[in-house]
Design a protein around this ligand. Structure first.
Ligand code: NAP
Length: 488
């Protein structure tokens, strides 16, 4: 195994030596071509993904569209070129007491990137998902360890990427696909001297193990792991009074979408003890009871779900509000539970993500306790505030608190469904991700795979095009403190 992995990583390094210099326009052509090749697979991809994951066909029509749109969006980004954040500070020869040198900086590709495909999004977060698309856009070759729960889907997508490489005449080892399911494989790849960065989506235990492998290397490397989150929701007074039915419907759908196997699943909801909170809880239980139980992705996730559920539901002080027992293997029924804030605060175990169609309502004595519980939660991908205009007006301070809790603050909407855009942040304080300064979804995901490089007093002819005096690329640059498309 070691020899084979060494060969793969050396090939990735060889590809990096030329791929890092490939133009934005050529990378766009490649990323568009991958999208076309994925579309080309047709129904076979959709059916294979559905068979391997127990998720419905309709889900994969949407996920494929998102995956292809994401690839193309990164293509557009790098073809335009401004993303390298070129900064030019020209020389001041007569500056006193010392002359100022000519300094020019931009972002350059980090090196070969290792991606761990995620189990819960076999297309959008896996083989040619966001991590791969953003790394390829940055100019980094990708070695993907396909997730063992959807090997056929992963192989089909990998084949599409390989075809795109051939069609675009690029180095054949810009993308390599590895199958396997031993932790040792993940460890060796993470610790291989050629690996320059890692992208991961999955459990806290898995992400943390990979992060630790990376820090224990002779040369530590960045690991961008997106791990669990309970995505706490704050339910404010007037919203509970006036919008209970609407909220119950929306949150039942959000808790159960994809059988709860979403990292933005609203796993914790906080409200102040009141008849309106009780009413909302009953309505949510009714809505959940109308959602059929579906099969989960694989045995491991199902077993984790049932074990984590048992831990929470058998905990002293936790009241089960709704729990229909499903008979079929792998089938997970939605579950709703309730606990007092006092009990919750005494038991840190209740903070753990229960990955599946589950949510826990925390009943707080008053606003101060609600804020106290919210603040005590560990780092989150998202946090949501549900309130009327009046609620939000008298609770302005909540926004300041939310900023310290999560990477994305949602107002009056469910947290599931992550838009792939220029302003997207899908990452947050640890343990929701290993580096809350970055996002794994959206255009800024590319920033994980670059490092800044500065050229000092470099002759114009030796500079990358982005930093030359004559801006033939027509990109925005920061020249002596001002943004412009001008030439120097
Ligand atoms: P996982 O266990 O975290 O595994 C994801 C990937 O990481 C797999 O390829 C796995 O390798 C690898 N891995 C895990 N632990 C490792 C270690 N110690 N050393 C090296 N590699 C390691 O995730 P999963 O299999 O998708 O699901 C398991 C649980 O993860 C779920 O029950 C859920 O709690 C959580 N999860 C969370 C999210 C989220 O978005 N927050 C998404 C998916 C899963 P192998 O291929 O060898 O198994």
């Amino acid at each position: 195994m070691i020899n084979e992995l060494n060969k793969i990583m050396e090939q990735a390094q060889e590809a990096y030596e030329s791929y890092q210099f490939v133009s934005g326009k050529a990378k766009k052509e490649f990323l568009y071509c991958i999208a076309d090749q994925i579309e080309e697979i047709g129904d076979e991809l959709i059916h294979t993904a559905s068979e391997e994951t127990n998720l419905p066909i309709a889900r994969f029509n949407g996920e494929r569209a998102r995956t292809c749109a994401q690839l193309k969006a990164f293509g557009d980004l790098v073809a335009e070129g401004t993303w390298v954040e070129a900064v030019i500070d020209t020389a001041l020869a007569d500056r006193k007491p010392f002359p100022k040198p000519d300094m020019r900086k931009m972002s350059v590709a980090l090196g070969p990137v290792l991606v761990f495909g995620a189990s819960n999004f076999p297309l959008a977060y896996s083989t040619a998902g966001g991590d791969t698309a953003s790394a390829l856009a940055a100019g980094c070759p990708v070695v993907i360890k396909g997730h063992p729960s959807h090997p056929k889907t992963s192989a089909l997508v990998a084949d599409a990427v390989k075809k795109a490489l051939t069609q675009c005449g690029l180095h054949p080892f810009i993308f390599q696909h590895i199958e396997g399911s031993s932790f040792e494989l993940g460890r060796i790849l993470t610790q291989h001297p050629v690996t320059a960065g890692v992208g991961f989506t999955g459990s806290l235990i898995g992400g943390r193990a990979i992060y630790d492998y990376a820090q224990n290397r002779e040369v530590p490397i960045p690991v961008f792991a997106e791990m669990g989150s309970t995505n706490p929701v704050i339910l404010l007074k007037d919203a509970l009074i006036h919008k209970a039915a609407e909220m119950a419907k929306a949150f039942a759908a959000s808790i159960t979408i994809g059988v709860g196997q979403f990292c933005t699943n609203p796993g914790i909801m906080l409200g102040i003890k009141s008849s309106s909170l009780n009413h909302f809880t009953s309505l949510l239980a009714i809505e959940l009871s109308m959602v059929p139980a579906y099969k989960m992705l694989h045995d491991g996730i199902y077993n984790n779900y049932t074990t984590a559920l048992d831990k929470v539901l058998f905990d002293k002080g936790v009241e089960t509000i709704y729990h229909a027992h499903a008979e079929d293997p792998l089938t997970a029924s939605p579950v709703l539970a309730r606990v007092s804030a006092d009990t919750f605060l005494l038991n840190p175990e209740l903070q753990h993500e229960v990955f599946g169609p589950f949510s826990l309502i925390i009943v707080c004595e008053n606003r101060i306790q609600m804020i106290n519980v919210w603040k005590k939660l560990k780092g989150q991908l998202t946090t949501t505030i549900m309130g009327t205009e009046n609620d939000l007006e008298i609770n302005k301070d909540l926004v300041d608190i939310a900023r310290n809790i999560a990477g994305r603050i949602v107002f009056n909407a469910v947290p599931t469904g992550v838009e792939v855009g220029n302003a997207t942040v899908h990452g947050g304080p640890y343990p929701s991700s290993t580096d809350g300064r970055f996002t794994s979804v959206g255009m800024d995901a590319i920033k994980r795979w670059v490092r800044p490089i500065c050229f000092q007093d470099c002759p114009d002819s030796l500079l990358p095009d982005e930093l030359k005096d004559f801006n033939s690329l027509n990109i925005f640059r920061k020249i002596n403190g001002e943004y412009s498309r001008d030439n120097v």
